[in-house]
Design a protein around this ligand. Structure first.
Ligand SMILES: [Zn+2]
Length: 356
């Protein structure tokens, strides 16, 4: 019999909304998620203490608490070692926090062969429901393929307590899908790379919902759309089996900034937003680029290199270096393969268009 559908790795439970952290006991009692009910909970070293006090009542009394210092390969391995060494055998890892804790815990859970439940406390990027862990390593930062979380909980009341910058950043991340998808289409035309229309539909829906939503992070409706969009965006990567639907020239530029100018590095989503508008401008889609820039501006996000604290030369350095951050990925940057002087001109033209 022909196989007419496919199986997709997706979380068994996803809850997004105000107050949904209160549903954690029910979600964690689901035997598909934790058969024995023995839970190891990862939190950050700093803000984790307050979260622990706040959420302890929503968790069984006998959970084991583990702190995570950073989103590095070493910290993730160390977390896995500590969870394994504890005398109580755990069967599920729960990560409560921002991207750092969730990324380290995703990798640790993969190493331990345990399912991970991700409880996000900010909306800075689309990693809460994705099969990728972004971790510092000896070479800078790497993206590691890991299983998708088995449970995803985004309590919008917790999100409202996050610093606004860690929420706005997710807007740039979601919008950058439009750049990633244009790069994917381009690669399909130029190199024959297959497109996965289902993954693309999910990533596009997430981006367009943000592009057209009139609200701000201060209103509950907008926060819900952003949280849903980032989950869809992450899940699109699981559907595609690659970060393609959510990562194109925008992300290459952001990774290049991280590697070349680590001291100036801004939030991932802030950089991806700027990278996405620049790449869209470079592609000649000026109306879309202007629309994206207007959305970033309305949400007080960076649009120009200067907004990111980079001068024109530094941004041109990042654009020049960007293709090296993701060998094998074909985007508008690899397609145009611009000389340094043409990159300089393109960056100057971009800045002239969007300087405020
Ligand atoms: Zn991203």
């Amino acid at each position: 019999m022909a196989v007419l559908s496919r199986l997709i790795q997706a979380p068994a439970a996803v809850r997004i909304g105000p107050g949904v952290a209160a549903e954690l006991p029910g979600i964690l009692a689901d035997q598909r998620i934790s058969a024995s009910g023995r839970l190891a909970v990862a939190i950050s070293e700093g803000s984790g203490t307050q979260l622990r006090e706040q959420l302890a009542g929503d968790l069984p009394a006998d959970v084991g608490w583990f702190t995570v210092s950073r989103a590095s390969l070493d910290a993730a391995v160390d977390l896995a070692d500590r969870v394994r060494a504890d005398k109580a055998p755990y069967d599920t890892l729960v990560a409560i926090g921002g991207g750092k804790v969730i990324d380290a815990a995703k990798y640790a859970a993969a190493r331990l062969g345990m399912p991970l439940v991700a409880v996000a406390t900010n909306l800075a990027h689309d990693g809460v429901c994705s099969p990728v862990a972004t971790l510092e390593n000896d070479a800078g930062t790497g993206s590691y393929g890991v299983p998708n979380p088995i449970g995803v909980v985004i309590d919008l009341d917790l999100i409202r307590q996050a610093p606004p910058r860690f929420v706005r950043s997710g807007i740039g991340e979601a919008l950058s899908n439009l750049c990633a998808l244009a790069d994917w289409e381009l690669s399909h035309r130029e190199t024959g790379e297959p497109i996965d229309g289902l993954a693309a539909a999910m990533a596009r829906t997430a981006a367009e919902a943000i592009l057209h939503h009139p609200g701000t992070i201060d209103d509950a409706g907008f926060l819900g759309v952003l949280a849903n969009g980032l989950v869809l965006s992450g899940q699109a990567m699981a559907v595609a089996g690659t970060s393609r639907p959510s990562s194109g020239a925008c992300h290459e530029i952001s990774h290049a900034i991280d590697q070349l100018f680590p001291k100036q590095a801004a939030q991932h989503g802030e950089q991806c937003g700027v990278g996405a508008v620049f790449a869209t401008h470079l592609r000649g889609e000026h109306a879309l680029a202007a629309e994206m820039a207007a959305v970033l501006t309305r949400h007080e996000l960076p649009v120009t290199p200067g907004d990111l604290g980079l001068d024109i030369d530094q941004f041109a350095d990042a654009v020049t270096y960007a293709p090296h951050t993701r060998p094998g990925r074909f985007t508008i940057l690899e397609h145009l393969d611009l000389s340094r002087s043409r990159i300089d001109d393109a960056v100057k033209g971009y800045v002239a268009t969007y300087a405020r």
